[in-house]
Design a protein around this ligand. Structure first.
Ligand SMILES: C[S@@+](CC[C@H](N)C(=O)[O-])C[C@H]1O[C@@H](n2cnc3c(N)ncnc32)[C@H](O)[C@@H]1O
Ligand SMILES: [Zn+2]
Length: 324
């Protein structure tokens, strides 16, 4: 059995040109606050869980919120820079030892068994996933019950206002994804209804929980001397807009998905032929080869696939499960 997606769907390279995604977040306190508010409130919809996965988790910006609700958080990302930053910050905190795990992986071919996690989150990632349906299928495969999915929509208020002036309203209404960015770094915005239909067809019930960061980059539109007095107003209206603007206002719409037939993780009958040392021994039984889905044989430094023979290495506290 293999993942449905062709192995060669391009993956965005966040490490190109020495880029450090942390710089994106400088001066974005409002967006950070708006998102954190929704994540914390939404994850409280369910009882605390043992295992959670943050898919495309970057440098672990949201992991502190996730640790409020999960005993173990596995951060999966393709970018070495982001993972190394996560290692240097999250894992430098001794309270996170044995609770935070860092995996370099590709969302299209995850190294986890079915329903390995009770809960998952995918935040600010979907716009990068060209083979959207396959990516949703593969992410949903590894989550047993609950999933917080951030959908970047194309028909948000600002886009529709721009379309009134510049035209292009029809494009915003269609169900096709809108391709933006450059040829080398394309990204996509979606029709919310199309994504909701896809996840429903893939076995999820969905609730639209919030419209998030409804005033993205508001500081740019307000002269510097007015920003301090306007700030409380923006934060106040954001609180109201999060529920009120669902489906139409903000560019990021958060879905809370629950599997129609929740799955509990079942450890394999024949457990892996060996286990790595702590802390990874806790995670190892939930993993398999991302290429062929066979068991892995672990040592301190490598995991070897018993099916295709691929070898996966550990670098510091990061295991590399990207197959190239
Ligand atoms: C905009 S960042 C968001 C990071 C994090 N979720 C956050 O909200 O701070 C997008 C992340 O998705 C990761 N990513 C994109 N495509 C991926 C893929 N196919 N597999 C794994 N990670 C991917 C990138 O490396 C990057 O860290
Ligand atoms: Zn294999």
């Amino acid at each position: 059995m293999s993942s449905p997606t062709d192995a060669h769907v391009p993956v965005i390279n966040y490490d190109a040109g020495g880029y450090d995604y942390r710089s994106f977040w400088q001066g974005r306190d409002y967006e950070q606050w708006a998102e954190a508010r929704v994540i914390r409130r939404t994850l409280r919809r369910t009882a605390p869980v043992q295992w959670m996965v943050d898919l495309g988790g970057g440098f672990g910006r949201n992991v502190p919120h996730e640790l409020q609700r999960a005993q173990h958080v596995v951060l999966v990302d393709y970018s070495w820079t982001n993972l190394t930053n996560a290692e240097n910050t999250l894992l430098a905190d001794p309270r996170n030892a044995g609770r935070v795990f860092l995996i370099r992986g590709n969302i299209y071919h995850l190294p986890f068994r079915d329903a390995a996690f009770e809960m998952g989150a995918t935040i600010r990632v979907l716009h990068h996933l060209a083979a959207t349906q396959d990516a949703l299928q593969e992410m949903g495969r590894v989550i047993g019950e609950h999933w917080l999915l951030d959908v970047p929509i194309k028909h948000h208020l600002l886009a529709r206002m721009k379309a009134v002036v510049k035209g292009g309203g029809q494009k915003l209404r269609s169900r096709e994804a809108n391709e933006l960015g450059t040829k080398d770094e394309p990204f996509w915005n979606y029709h919310l209804g199309a994504i909701r239909d896809t996840v429903r067809q893939q076995g999820w019930n969905d609730v639209l929980v919030a419209s998030v960061a409804n005033f993205r980059r508001w500081e740019r539109a307000v002269p510097r001397p007015l920003r301090a007095p306007v700030r409380p107003l923006v934060y106040g209206v954001e609180r109201v807009a999060q529920p009120m603007g669902r489906g139409w206002w903000g560019p990021a719409q958060f879905l809370w998905l629950t599997k129609r037939q929740p799955q509990q993780f079942a450890a394999p009958a024949a457990s892996p032929s060996s286990t790595p040392p702590a802390p990874w021994d806790a995670l190892a039984s939930r993993m398999w080869c991302p290429a062929c889905h066979a068991d892995l044989a672990w040592t301190d430094e490598v995991a070897t696939c018993s099916g295709c023979g691929k070898i996966f290495n550990r670098k510091g506290m990061i295991w590399d499960f990207v197959t190239e």
